[in-house]
Design a protein around this ligand. Structure first.
Ligand code: ATP
Ligand code: MG
Length: 262
């Protein structure tokens, strides 16, 4: 199967105020198939957000190549959506206007835009809240709204940066199920950054585990679990353990490097 999204030996460094360069990610390579669900897990600061920002084109200055169907990604585009950890809804706009804002540059008529907004509000289960303002929504509802905004252009790829990180366990589980339903319905390619091993095992076809200093991929785990996935099954536990072990091995390496430096 051809994989339209290619991340090929990508490195990103930041120029610090003291004039030194800091390597946020180094030599990251992977490819993502159309309609695939991949997750990226790793410790804080290992470059997950940096990598997502590069993939959606929010940052163009990097080494290596990120390409979608053979074209280098250098700027944001309607075919790539993003959902941030904080919902980033504008407080002075209603839910429908917040979702509609993402259609500003879409080549659609007013009527088509209105339909796209109401379809996507329905898709995330927020019918009836079109005229609500963000402060009138719960945390889970605001994240649903952010997902609707991310999907309203029918992007080929949706990048999600810890979208459920701030939610309680039950809301999180419900939204993970929602996201899976949306993914099955829309066939969007999903790239999810998460700290949550269970979330990654529940949602993903493949999980990339990253580590720090510099940020890089240390393991790829194929999740060969049938649907619907049973979080209590031994096979689910096996995948969770594989991810945990990769994360633990990564931090052990980081610790021994620190010991060496001291
Ligand atoms: N604009 C920037 N200037 C300098 N350093 C940056 C900048 N953006 C990110 N970094 C550094 O790059 C590294 C990776 O940051 P990034 O936000 O990608 O990590 P992360 O894996 O998303 O962490 P978290 O899980 O805490 O969100 C960090 O050490 C961070 O300090
Ligand atoms: Mg981050």
């Amino acid at each position: 199967m051809t994989k339209p999204l290619k991340i090929d030996r990508v490195s990103k460094s930041f120029l610090l105020e003291n004039g030194e360069r800091f390597d946020a990610i180094a030599n990251v390579s992977f490819e993502v198939a159309k309609g695939e669900f991949v997750s990226i897990a790793g410790p804080s600061g290992c470059g997950k957000t940096t990598l997502l920002r590069l993939i959606v084109g929010l940052e163009a200055d990097y080494e290596g190549e990120i390409s979608l169907r053979g074209e280098r990604v250098t700027s944001a585009g309607l075919e790539r959506g993003i959902v941030f950890q904080d919902h980033r809804l504008l407080p002075w706009l209603t839910l429908e206007d917040n979702v509609g804002l993402a259609l500003l540059n879409a080549p659609l008529s007013e009527a088509e835009k209105q339909k796209a907004v109401s379809d996507h509000i329905a898709l995330v289960g927020l019918n009836g809240f079109e005229k609500s303002y963000p402060h009138q929504l719960s945390g889970g509802m605001a994240q649903r709204a952010a997902i609707a905004r991310g999907l309203v252009n029918n992007p080929e790829i949706l990048a999600l940066d810890e979208p459920f990180g701030s939610l309680d366990a039950i809301t999180k589980m419900r939204l993970q199920e929602e996201l899976k339903r949306i993914w099955s319905a829309e066939k969007t390619t999903m790239i999810l950054v998460t700290h949550d091993v269970e979330e990654a095992a529940f949602l993903s076809d493949r999980i990339f585990v990253m580590d720090n200093k510099p940020g890089r991929i240390i393991k790829e785990i194929a999740v060969d679990l049938p649907e619907p996935r049973d979080r209590a099954s031994p096979d689910f536990g096996r995948i969770r353990r594989l991810v945990f072990e990769a994360l633990r091995d990564g931090s052990a390496i980081a610790r021994s490097q620190n010991d060496y430096e001291i």
